[in-house]
Design a protein around this ligand. Structure first.
Ligand code: HEC
Ligand code: HEC
Length: 303
């Protein structure tokens, strides 16, 4: 349990993970209070000391680093998203890492990143008064999970047994009988049926952020838990309270050596052909052993 809480602590702090899991320290880099923040489409108050000019196109403050930020940070979304956000250097580095990990943001060299981060922390720094900026729901870690001896947690965990055994049994038998390429077909046909058959009053399934079958998109409640488990190590499970007294339960799935035949980097030509034919939009290759692959999820009703 301590490991779980520590893991979540690390998520909050994004980088510097201290063993004490103490609340994140107050922003250290911010000596001066953030300058007056101009609102989009509105001229900054000219009478206020320190007010800086604002770029008409983007609404970004024109100061050292502006060109770089305008060039790098408005490619995928408007600058408005940047301007609405606040935080110290640690916060901005955390956001950049998150976009690099999950949103396709490219890496920066050290000097470039430093210029971008200090521009952001200076002009879009933590709110005055030391209040840390709120992360959007997407970046918030989920609340601490219910304890393992909770009845609904037990039910969710138990309900995953038949799903795991059904999938593993089918996979191993099919690989033995027909080889990996033939087994793709068996998974294709049987995996959805196995999940359906294993769903009783407790609904169960598999999900991933890199899907092979779009039918395995996580239920809405499970998406943030999936993301959290992907970002943390050694968290055995997470839970979410569902409306009406139900409980959502998720467990991480790791990639093992066997899985690499169909989810790794060096796929046999026969496997590649089968995957291309059945899953034209396959995102589930390129894994290495030990990688996080996704989750098993269970939806436990109230009572
Ligand atoms: C390769 C594309 C890409 C680039 C380049 C990019 N971002 Fe993002 N960023 C995203 C995506 C995708 C989201 C999520 C948007 C959404 O879901 O609305 C996002 C979200 C954000 C958010 C909102 C986070 C939240 O709390 O929800 C901020 C702030 C942000 N980006 C800042 C930046 C900054 C600063 C840069 C420049 C260093 C940058 N972005 C460059 C893709 C990018
Ligand atoms: C014989 C090829 C094969 C092997 C080996 C294999 N998989 Fe898959 N995997 C598939 C196919 C095909 C699907 C899509 C099934 C479907 O249509 O629901 C899939 C789907 C998944 C999914 C559901 C999410 C998604 O992307 O659709 C997970 C999770 C998963 N596999 C994990 C694993 C793990 C973990 C292993 C090793 C224990 C493994 N797989 C081994 C072929 C394989």
């Amino acid at each position: 349990m301590r490991g779980v809480l520590l893991g979540l602590g690390c998520l909050v702090a994004f980088s510097a993970c201290t063993p004490s899991a103490a609340p994140p320290p107050p922003p250290a880099v911010q000596a001066a209070p953030a300058p007056a923040r101009p609102v989009l489409g509105q001229a900054p108050p000219s009478d206020k000391a320190g007010a800086l000019p604002v770029d008409a196109d983007t609404g970004l403050v024109v100061a050292e680093g502006f060109e770089l930020v305008k060039g790098q940070c408005t490619v995928c979304h408007s600058a408005k998203l940047v301007i609405q956000n606040r935080g110290d250097e640690e916060h901005w580095v955390g956001l950049i890492r998150w976009m690099q990990k999950t949103q396709g943001l490219w890496p920066f060299d050290e000097k470039t990143e430093h210029t971008i981060v200090s521009y952001l922390a200076t002009h879009y720094g933590a709110e005055e008064g030391g209040r840390r900026p709120g992360l959007s729901a997407r970046l918030m870690p989920p609340p601490a999970p219910r304890p393992l001896d909770d009845a609904q947690v037990q039910k969710g965990k138990a309900a995953l047994g038949p799903l795991k055994q059904g999938l593993m049994g089918t996979l191993q038998k099919a690989i033995q009988a027909k080889g990996a390429a033939g087994a793709v077909d068996a998974c294709h046909l049987d995996a959805p049926k196995i999940a359906q058959a294993a769903s009783t009053t407790v609904k169960v399934g598999r999900a991933s952020e890199r899907l092979r079958n779009p039918g395995n998109t996580p239920p809405a409640w499970a998406a943030p838990l999936l993301r959290s488990l992907g970002q943390s190590r050694d968290v055995p499970y997470l839970t979410a309270d569902l409306p009406g007294g139900g409980l959502g339960y998720v467990e991480p799935i790791a990639v093992g050596p066997l899985c690499l035949q169909c989810h790794g980097t060096d796929l046999a030509p026969g496997v590649q052909a089968e995957l291309a034919a059945k899953y034209p939009d396959d995102h589930a290759t390129g894994y290495a052993a030990g990688d996080f692959r996704g989750v098993f999820w269970a939806e436990v009703p109230a009572g």
